[in-house]
Design a protein around this ligand. Structure first.
Ligand code: DP6
Length: 327
């Protein structure tokens, strides 16, 4: 009745932005990501008939009541699936700079889904596991796999055709991601709340839905032909379109700060010098730059020279979930 799993974070090249069903975590659009090697979560789950409630420990400390309630609601979904009544002790170690605003929900829920379903005795294939992880956090559905991953939105109301699939193995194309920390300030609008407000109030949201379908097709073509320039241009433009929708929301909001924009401008200036770097941004001020291995050093040193940059982490494409031995 116990298991331990590791899952890595992912960065979306084509963003997931909006739900059509909040309870089932069904997205309005399909998305596409690469899994990162550097940031991951290790989670162990042990069911115990003596427990009166789930217990959740995060980075060596008992988590708050609020965090435990969220995790416990997710565990209820797994208990329902498995016909299990007992509670569990859940222990997570986050190797993700959460304070710096890099998303940990993707690796967190993917690792928890893998460990909890194994501990409870369910034997799920990756597709089914992706569906379970999705119901903790949408982007977690993609962290089941390494390499390039597409999360297909599906059409069905029950979500049975809504899961992530692997597109390309992590070793098939060597791309690099520089995770650039510009601000450690906590996000003001969480992604869940931000996408909901955008879907409900932004007149630009219809434009997003139209554009993201086309961007996804272009991105898949770039991946199939290993066309880095096309991949870069498409991922940067897609991120800009996602962020543009937030300015149309009521009340409007923007995840960028002035430091974010300085990095964006620096990336565009690098391209004028012939260095192929492209940026993407999620629901916070930090920037990720996608580039090719041969240009990592030059791009890093130029971005590092900006005053607003606090740290740069160099990531490779990472693996999917793995199961670990218990200590
Ligand atoms: C901007 O997966 O964090 O990073 O499903 O509500 O938990 P919930 O949202 P989450 O949203 C991620 C949004 C994004 C884009 C992306 O990763 O595709």
């Amino acid at each position: 009745m116990k298991a331990k799993a590791r899952a890595h974070t992912n960065i979306a090249l084509i963003k997931y932005w909006g739900k059509r069903d909040e309870a089932l975590f069904l997205p309005t659009n399909s998305s596409l990501s690469i899994t990162l090697d550097k940031f991951y979560t290790d989670t162990s789950v042990r069911f115990d008939p003596k427990l009166q409630a789930d217990q959740f420990f995060l980075n060596g400390q008992q988590a708050s009541q609020q965090e435990t309630t969220k995790i416990s609601a997710f565990m209820d979904k797994i208990r329902l699936l498995a016909g299990e009544k007992h509670y569990a002790v859940i222990t997570s170690e986050n190797h993700v700079p959460t304070a710096a605003g890099f998303a940990s929900s993707a690796s967190g829920y993917a690792a928890l889904a893998a460990a909890a379903t194994k501990a409870v005795g369910l034997e799920l294939d990756n597709r089914a596991l992706s569906q379970v992880a999705r119901q903790g956090s949408g982007s977690a559905s993609r962290s089941i796999y390494g390499g390039f991953v597409e999360w297909q939105k599906g059409e069905l109301e029950d979500g049975l055709d809504c899961y992530a699939v692997p597109l390309l193995d992590k070793d098939a194309w060597d791309l690099r991601v520089l995770a650039i920390e510009v601000s450690s300030v906590a996000k003001k609008v969480l992604s869940r709340e931000g996408m909901k407000r955008t879907v409900e109030t932004s007149p630009f949201y219809q434009g997003w839905l139209h554009a993201v379908e086309l961007d996804l097709q272009t991105m898949k073509q770039a991946i199939a032909t290993r066309d880095f320039t096309l991949l870069g241009k498409t991922l940067e433009a897609n991120a800009c379109k996602m962020h543009a929708t937030t300015l149309g929301a009521n009340p409007p909001f923007l995840y960028w700060n002035s430091a974010t924009m300085q990095v964006m401008e620096a990336v565009q200036a690098l391209r004028d010098q012939g260095l192929e770097a492209y940026f993407t941004i999620d629901a916070g001020p930090n920037v990720k730059v996608v580039c090719q291995p041969s240009q990592v050093d030059q791009i890093t040193s130029q971005i590092q020279s900006l005053d607003v940059v606090q740290s740069i982490q160099h990531c490779r494409i990472g693996p999917g979930i793995s199961y670990l031995d218990q200590e």
